[in-house]
Design a protein around this ligand. Structure first.
Ligand code: PGA
Length: 251
């Protein structure tokens, strides 16, 4: 982990969680309050239905909340969609954009993801912009090229100065229990850093690059210690406060 960058551990609840699940974040807040020295910033991105309630509940804690997606427009006739402004109004400080499940399930393109990241910035939210290759792309030796293309297309010019976050999430590692080797994670994170510095110079040096995909208590310490890994985006293991706390403590 790069010493000068404060790591971020963000939980992505995906389409999980009912009102009763808010008890888990109460437990997490108690665990964090009892911890001696935590280096990491912590965030949870619940489903939109829980965002306002969770944000209110965590208002006096260091835990931030975020959305899982946003529309490119601030308002309008877009049934079922949620704008970045609405997320901010509900207490969010961050929003995930371009998650591979959005790219796959909803056909989101790099261009659309860039628009969402811009909408997030306009609403005062920190976008967590996701990139990552499929298994077939990695097997074909194209992982870096795919990630380079996604970064070029999805990350707006304003991103670095505004403190946007990049999340490298190999699609084949998400929810599968599989992870790349530490050497492969290091190689990709170094490559992403090179691309960010190439494009944004000094500001690219300070951007956080998270790793995501089957992060869990058992592998968090090793993965979060990899060079240029500045935190994690955690799906399944963020749903239980004890597991999520164990990952946060590993940072
Ligand atoms: P996972 O999901 O931790 O359940 O693999 C990560 C993510 O999709 O952000």
């Amino acid at each position: 982990m790069t010493a000068t960058i404060t790591p971020l551990i963000a939980g992505n609840w995906k389409m999980n969680g009912l009102a009763a699940s808010l008890e888990e974040v109460d437990k997490l807040a108690i665990l964090l309050a009892g911890a001696d020295s935590l280096r990491a910033e912590v965030a949870i991105c619940p489903p939109a239905t829980l965002l306002a309630a969770m944000s209110a509940r965590l208002a006096t804690t260091p835990i931030l909340t975020g959305g899982q997606d946003c529309h490119v427009q601030p308002s309008g006739a877009h049934t079922g969609d949620i704008s970045a402004q609405m997320l901010a109004d509900a207490g969010a400080r961050l929003v995930i954009v371009g998650h591979s499940e959005r790219r796959q399930d909803h056909g989101e393109t790099d261009e659309l993801v860039r628009g969402k990241a811009l909408a997030a910035l306009a609403a005062g939210l920190t976008p967590i912009i996701c990139v990552g290759e499929t298994r077939a792309e990695r097997d074909a030796g194209e992982a870096e090229a795919v990630v380079a293309r996604q970064l070029a297309g999805s990350v707006p010019d304003e991103a670095a100065e505004a403190g946007a976050v990049i999340a490298y999430e190999p699609v084949w590692a998400i929810g599968t229990g599989l992870t790349p080797t530490e050497a492969d994670i290091a190689a990709m994170h170094r490559a992403i850093r090179r691309m960010l510095v190439g494009r944004f110079a000094g500001a690219g040096q300070g951007m956080r690059i998270l790793y995501g995909g089957s992060l869990k208590p058992a592998n968090a310490r090793a993965i979060l210690a990899v060079e240029e890994v500045n935190g994690g985006l955690v799906g399944g293991a963020s749903l239980l406060s004890n597991d999520f706390y164990a990952i946060i403590s590993s940072a």
